[in-house]
Design a protein around this ligand. Structure first.
Ligand code: 13P
Length: 249
């Protein structure tokens, strides 16, 4: 069965709750499609108003982060039950900005991935190399390690439903998109890694996105690659251009 594309926006720390409602209202007629799942991952405080605004549309609202404990003395964190209680089905885990500024590691990513599955939330698991790592020629080794740790103790059934976002750090917010060849090469390697950990069927089912300066001009070629099943879009997801990215064909 062909994999359905998944095109997600990552709003990062942008949009107040009232701006979020406005943006959803602006984008909802532009992102109509039956060919892809469309997800807006928004700041925690925007989840409820964005969800209200997206009611009756094809837009699904996701979270940008989640903690791996059920509840308790973890000031400032958001729990899986808080997300599922309002109907959240997707959560970004291990974005490079969280790894860089908030001390996330492959190990905390794994804990969060396991917790998300336990609660029936689909994790969008981020991986990606730095420019130095790319120049050192260790990109594939690095990504394989990130993937192997992220999926520790994850079952094949769970893994088949996961989303992986390959986001080269040097391409995020820089306007410097990876070339189609670079993006396809790594996404293919990720699929092969999943096949090694699990089996071919799981590798064929899992969806792998590319992220990093995706825009309306670069989306068609990127999303047309055999191992790229859509994108995780930052800056351009806050603009009407996101409609063009979703309807890239
Ligand atoms: P940009 O699309 O702004 O480069 O951000 C990519 C990203 O980090 C999505 O998670």
């Amino acid at each position: 069965m062909a994999r359905k594309k998944i095109i997600a926006g990552n709003w990062k720390m942008n949009m107040t709750p009232s701006e979020a409602v406005e943006l959803v209202n602006t984008l909802k007629p532009l992102v109509v499609t039956e060919e892809a799942d469309v997800v807006f991952c928004v700041p925690s405080i925007d989840i409820i108003p964005a969800m209200e605004a997206a009611k009756g549309t094809n837009i699904q609202i996701g979270a940008e982060n989640m903690y791996y404990e059920e509840k308790g003395a973890f000031t400032g964190e958001i729990s899986p039950n808080m997300l599922t209680d309002v109907g959240v089905k997707y959560v970004i885990i291990g974005h490079s900005e969280r790894r860089e500024y908030f001390a996330e590691t492959d190990e905390t990513v794994n804990k969060k991935v396991l917790k998300a599955f336990e609660h029936g939330i689909t994790p969008i698991i981020c991986c990606g190399e730095s420019l130095t790592q790319r120049e050192q020629g260790i990109t594939i080794d690095w990504i394989r390690q990130q993937i192997k740790i992220a999926f520790l103790n994850v079952t094949a059934e769970q893994a088949a439903t996961a989303v992986i976002a390959y986001e080269p750090i040097w391409a995020i917010g820089t306007g410097k998109t990876a070339t189609t060849e670079q993006a396809q090469e790594v996404c293919k390697a990720i699929r092969e890694c999943i096949a090694e950990i699990y089996d071919e069927a799981t590798a064929e089912a899992i969806r792998i996105q590319y992220g990093g300066s995706v825009n309306a001009a670069t989306a068609p070629e990127l999303f047309g690659q055999p191992d790229i099943d859509g994108g995780l879009v930052g800056g351009a997801s806050l603009k009407p251009d996101f409609g063009k990215i979703v309807n890239y064909k």
